[in-house]
Design a protein. Structure first.
Length: 129
């Protein structure tokens, strides 16, 4: 059996492949300093070193992420302003952070710097069990 060739289809796919890198703007890397958001479980808080560790899911894997907390970071626990020490491990948090600039790096948490940290509401007792 002979299959008909379809040069217009192949040509169209070649053009699409050539244009595709410019079409997916959201897939491009964020520049240093651009804000991003992470929702995760708070694993630890080190108020002296001013950093937090959170546990987040990435695909089918879990990842521990360390984030530096600057003094100007806005922290809210249950909707109210709070100090860094008021954050409790085990809480679900939403962190707005930025990638640190190249000259701003110092230590393991240097890659990410928190702008805001807020706890999310606790689930109702017995929910999902």
């Amino acid at each position: 059996m002979k299959f008909p060739s379809s040069p217009p289809l192949i040509g169209g796919l070649a053009v699409l492949a050539w244009l595709a890198p410019g079409l997916g703007g959201a897939a491009q890397a964020q520049p240093a300093g651009a804000p991003d958001t992470l929702t995760a479980t708070l694993r630890s808080v080190d108020a002296d070193a001013r950093q937090v560790e959170v546990l987040t899911g990435v695909g089918h894997a879990l990842r521990v992420v360390t984030i530096r907390v600057e003094p100007e970071c806005v922290i809210r626990v249950d909707g109210a302003p709070a100090p860094l020490g008021a954050l409790e491990p085990g809480r679900i948090v939403r962190i707005a952070y930025r990638q640190a600039a190249a000259g701003d790096a110092s230590g393991p948490a240097a890659a990410r710097v928190a702008g805001t940290i807020e706890t999310l509401p606790k689930p109702a007792s017995g929910a999902g069990r």
